[in-house]
Design a protein. Sequence first.
Length: 280
Amino acid sequence: MPTAIAVTSADMALAPQDERTLPAVVLQGLDHLPLDQALSAVQTVLDQYGHLVVVFSRAAPLAVGRRLHTIRSLLESDRIALFRPDLPPLGLAVLARQLRQLASCDLSPGVLASAGRLLTHYIHCGALLGSVARLDRVPVGLTAHARSWVPGSQFGVLAHPVPHVVKVGPETSLPGPEFGTWMLTAPGQPPSDWVTETLAAQWNVQGLREVPPPAESAVWWGTGKFVEFAAYLPDLPVLYQLVTSVRQGVCHWCGIDVIGDRCVFCSAAPPSNDNQLTAR
């Protein structure tokens, strides 16, 4: 039984990367449904799949996060993992699709859910912005803020893995991945070929595709004038090798297989040795 990978809006469910990519479960409008209906919807998913990993954005309305935590608490389920990494919406949609790819493999629910934290390190994402005046999710210097008021200014912003902001010019570059990637772009209002031609060439991307921008992108970037981009590893064998090459452990609390230092289902961290007595 494959683990369900869920997103909280339909525009975060990207088209399949390959024929093995499983469809996303879309939990749209949970915060607007009566609580009993929302509980029933999530319980149905659990009954069908066994385990559920919900990937949602930090730009999502606060009510969405509260409702998800409420549902998890009321169902008293350790089979629901809530994953909210600090990625822009397009990068998050890419990550959710990678997990959907891996969900077709022989990975246990705990390892699959833990893989989300690992794979975030291999996603390079940002945007071309017409203004950084309202950008508060990436450190922006006073000079860049001042230049935002100059008509025609554009800024290249790398949000992850290392924040970086530059004013776009002939020699502008952003630090990119040191491995082969594909790039996904989501253009907002301003037409520009800087991302698809200049940046894509600098990063030596092996493929380029365009999708509509997620609705939460304008909130995340603080402006509707953006071209969002995300460079990522597209191939399932590479993703699978990355995940399976990491040492696995067993959560001391719920007993599920995990990778990393914290169980994503019960949130238990490894027991500390500080309180253990040493025989003398």
